[in-house]
Design a protein. Structure first.
Length: 144
């Protein structure tokens, strides 16, 4: 139901780790994610530790889901001298092509403990259903 859009994303991530270059708006860094089906919906979990909720932007245009986030430097007093800075700052982005079988109108998003969780329901038209033979409507059975 999901499709990767950039086969070179992993190479970019490795190059960023080696060079120490962080993401910019024109060339954002990747964000790690998990995607799985849970019942009647797909769940996408994206790691965004240290990112403020108001710095997350989620867009859907047709079947393209785009998540962008920016981790900004912590505000420090003038007399603070940084001794070590390993936490990446900058812009992070992920794009996913969603299948037509997903209901992009009912996507929900939650952000907790540095993890952005998107839930995308499967569209009603994509769920299995009985087809009648000979023009008679299919009989629906309710099982308890």
């Amino acid at each position: 139901m999901l499709m990767r859009t950039d086969p070179f994303r992993e190479l970019d991530r490795l190059a960023q780790q080696l060079t120490g270059v962080t993401g910019t708006w024109s060339r954002p860094s990747a964000m790690p994610m998990d995607a799985y089906r849970e019942g009647e919906e797909y769940v996408i979990a994206l790691d965004l530790p240290g990112v403020a909720q108001d710095a997350i932007d989620i867009d859907v245009e047709r079947n393209m889901l785009t998540v962008k986030a920016e981790r900004r430097p912590a505000v420090k007093a003038d007399d603070v001298q940084m001794e070590l800075s390993e936490r990446p700052l900058g812009v992070f982005s992920r794009q996913l092509v969603l299948a037509d079988t997903l209901d992009t109108e009912r996507i929900t998003a939650d952000y907790d403990a540095g993890v952005l969780t998107l839930r995308i329901p499967i569209a009603e038209r994509a769920k299995p259903r009985k087809i009648s033979v000979g023009g008679r409507p299919a009989r629906t059975e309710i099982r308890s």
